[in-house]
Structure formats: structure tokens, C-alpha cells
Design a protein around this ligand. Structure first.
Ligand code: GLN
Length: 181
């Protein structure tokens, strides 16, 4: 499996390392043509305004909209995919909405009946969600969601040793490859 990691700014190296650990071939994506031939794409956390600006500058927004493989967006990556940005997933988020004092924190989430450590760094908070499957919540609010070939997390699964979110993403990539085959 060939997975691209959007490498404009933010935590792309950590995602790449985790995907390699899981056996994927990883490509850093900075230009639209680098999306060609990829089976999946990760949009990492970082600074969404910076990533958005650079993506516009390099013509990546249209290329990402045209991309047909599975996509994982984490934190700023989730912001980029929402209704107010690329409009690829049916949700709306508030940026930096967990407040100043608790801007960054860790919390135990539940994924498939097992604890998952969630690292939240100036995380977006889901304000409104349409037709999406909620895979994990924090205090009753969704923090990991899926819509078809899109998986989005408001936290940073690439910053712990737990590989389950990335494994889920690779399953989606595989499913999507079968759909298109
Ligand atoms: N606060 C950042 C933003 O609004 C997102 C934080 C992150 O990706 N860790 O872009």
C-alpha cells in the first residue's frame, strides 16, 4: 500500500513513521502530482491556517478534492476536511475550542471496548455533525469519526505507541482499493 502524507507543515514525520511501522510505503506530498498513484492520504495536525495557505499556493486543494482513496485527517487535518474548508466531511468544528487553560491535555478514550490514550493539542471541537459514524467520544462529544472513506480525529494518534487508529485507516484504504478495483 502506498500512502501519502501531506508534508506542508505539522506532524507529518510522526504519521509517516507510524505508517511505515505498519508496513505501508510512505510518500511525502507537497505537490498535486505527488497524489497520483497513491492508495491513501493523511492530512496531519499542525496549524490549519498555514496548511490551508500552502495548499492553496501549491494547487493542492483541488487535487485533494479529486483524490479518490481513503483519507485520514487528524486535528488540523480534521479542520481542513470540514464543511468550512475542503467540505469533504459532513461536520463543522470550532478551532481551539477547548479553552486556554486546557488547551492541551490527554484523556482516556474508548476504541472498540479498549482504552485509547487521546493526546489533544489545541484541538478542534466538533460543533455540528451530519451523517457520520462516531467511533470515539470525549465527554459525550465525538472525537473520532468516519464517513465512508474518510476518518477524522480531533486528537493526535501519531503521538502515542498505540497504532489502532492508523490500522483502522489502512483497513479503509484496503476497502477503498477493492471498491475501485
Ligand atoms: N489549533 C490548530 C489549528 O487550529 C490545530 C492544532 C493541531 O493540529 N494540533 O489549526
Amino acid at each position: 500500500m502506498k500512502i501519502g502524507v501531506l508534508a506542508l507543515q505539522g506532524n507529518f514525520r510522526e504519521h509517516a513513521a507510524m505508517l511505515r511501522r505498519l508496513g505501508a510505503e510512505v510518500v511525502e506530498v507537497r505537490l498535486p502530482e505527488e497524489l497520483e498513484g497513491l492508495d491513501g492520504l493523511v492530512i496531519p495536525g499542525g496549524e490549519s491556517t498555514t496548511i490551508t495557505r500552502l495548499a492553496q499556493l501549491y494547487g493542492l486543494e483541488e487535487a485533494i478534492r479529486r483524490f479518490r482513496g481513503a483519507v485520514l485527517g487528524t486535528c488540523a487535518g480534521m479542520i481542513l476536511l470540514d464543511r468550512n474548508h475542503l467540505g469533504l466531511v459532513d461536520l463543522e468544528v470550532d478551532r481551539n475550542a477547548y479553552g486556554r487553560q486546557v488547551a492541551s491535555f490527554e484523556a482516556d478514550l474508548d476504541l472498540d471496548g479498549r482504552p485509547l490514550r487521546g493526546v489533544f493539542i489545541r484541538a478542534p471541537r466538533v460543533r455540528e455533525v451530519g451523517e457520520m459514524d462516531v467511533l470515539a467520544e470525549l465527554d459525550g462529544e465525538p472525537v473520532l469519526l468516519r464517513q465512508g472513506r474518510f476518518l477524522v480525529a480531533s486528537f493526535h494518534p501519531e503521538l502515542t505507541d498505540d497504532t489502532r487508529v492508523h490500522e483502522k485507516f489502512l483497513e479503509l484504504v484496503r476497502e477503498e482499493m477493492n471498491v475501485r478495483a
